[in-house]
Design a protein around this ligand. Structure first.
Ligand SMILES: [Zn+2]
Length: 151
């Protein structure tokens, strides 16, 4: 068996090509169904030209879409390091405090240890004379899922 078969996502977006053997295994495993077929049979199977995944696979959004803000995401992004003293961070600090209109966003939150967080309180870093050791940035997925974040 030779040839290649186009794999379509559940929304019919073209993903990639696989071998004919692979596409038939996908059908047998119930992951895909025949979308277009040639007027030919391979054993008992109709020869697919393209197959469509039955479940939508998220292959690209992970890399294109911005990760959703979360407290644990901020800690992971900053590798659990306090932005003020480089100690172990267990909390997140709002750079512009919420009391001054600061939002829960990647650029306005940073990892902090509890003592620094309490010391900074409802002030900006410049008001508190506590400069940030690193900047808050919008992370990409690799920042959030670095291996060393799971140790
Ligand atoms: Zn600290």
């Amino acid at each position: 068996m030779t040839g290649s078969v186009v794999v379509l996502n559940a929304d019919l977006q073209i993903l990639h090509k696989v071998s004919l053997e692979h596409s038939i295994r996908m059908i047998v495993r119930g992951v895909a169904e025949v979308h277009e077929a040639a007027n030919e049979f391979i054993g008992t199977f109709i020869k697919p030209i393209s197959v469509r995944l039955l479940k939508y696979v998220v292959t690209t959004w992970r890399y294109k879409r911005q990760p959703k803000w979360s407290k644990s995401g901020v800690l992971r992004r900053d590798s659990y390091k306090c932005a003020f003293c480089n100690g172990k961070a267990t909390t997140i600090d709002h750079i512009i405090p919420r009391s001054q209109g600061g939002k829960n966003s990647w650029k306005n939150t940073i990892a902090a240890c509890l003592p620094c967080n309490n010391r900074k309180a409802d002030r900006t870093p410049s008001q508190a004379h506590m400069p940030l050791l690193f900047a808050a940035k919008v992370p990409d997925w690799t920042d959030l899922y670095k291996k060393d974040n799971f140790v």
